[in-house]
Design a protein around this ligand. Sequence first.
Ligand code: GUN
Length: 285
Amino acid sequence: MAYIIDGKALSQKIRLDIKKETEQLKNQYGKIPGLAVIIAGEDPASKVYVKNKILACQEAGFFSVHRQFGADVDAETLIRTIIELNADDNIDGILVQLPLPKPLDGDAILPFIDVRKDVDGLSAFQQGLLLQGTPDLISCTPNGVIELIKSAGKEMSGKNAVVIGRSNMVGKPMAMLLLRENATVTVCHSKTENLKETVKNADIVVAAIGKAKFVTADMIKDGAVVIDVGMNSVDGKLCGDVDFENVKEKASAITPVPGGVGPMTITMLLKNTLQSFKRKVGASL
Ligand code: GUN
């Protein structure tokens, strides 16, 4: 039976540290970190995520701006909003909640975010820094995964790590971060042949597929560390990419859904916003 990695508890601990540091910086510099969240449309899951991000800002003592647009907003309006926020000295981080409603194209809008305010770490600049091994603002979900693995006291150096999924938001940055930890990294995706055998060889499995219970116990090596990035809605219930009940019997450590990766994503967003703020005021990073 695996050790269940408690993302909620780890998240609370880190958020408390961020809150304390924010208080100290406020006393020292007379300013607080600011995050702007832009959302278009009424996707219920996106609205919940955005609400939680704003709430997390308030609890950490950050300033936050919430810009809600209708699903029919045009790209120019979003771009103009981003340009205004780029120039706003009270704002240290800007994020556009994804996915954007059709026909809006994130690839045409996100590049307008000032790369030093790109607290989602999705820009070519921030992802390029990560690729080169000198990261600045790291994508929140993969960064949270690394913290979760470390919190469980699990070694990554020299281990076989398999990432399932190759998105710019999770899979690709995840692979780079595991490589930075000196893991031997394999990225699997929808075209991968013998996926099962590849995953079976992994000491660390990160599942970011978007299919409920895709990773089953027969795919897992005894004692593996299994991190579930999945957020699937099944009959109105949140369900991960891993068959948790069965996989936990084989893994040595595993994250649950909910209560694993999810809370850490927002915590890493706060961390990035704080880091951007510290650079602005000239505090040591
Ligand atoms: N949609 C789902 N997760 C994320 C995230 O981490 N950032 C943004 N901007 N949109 C998301």
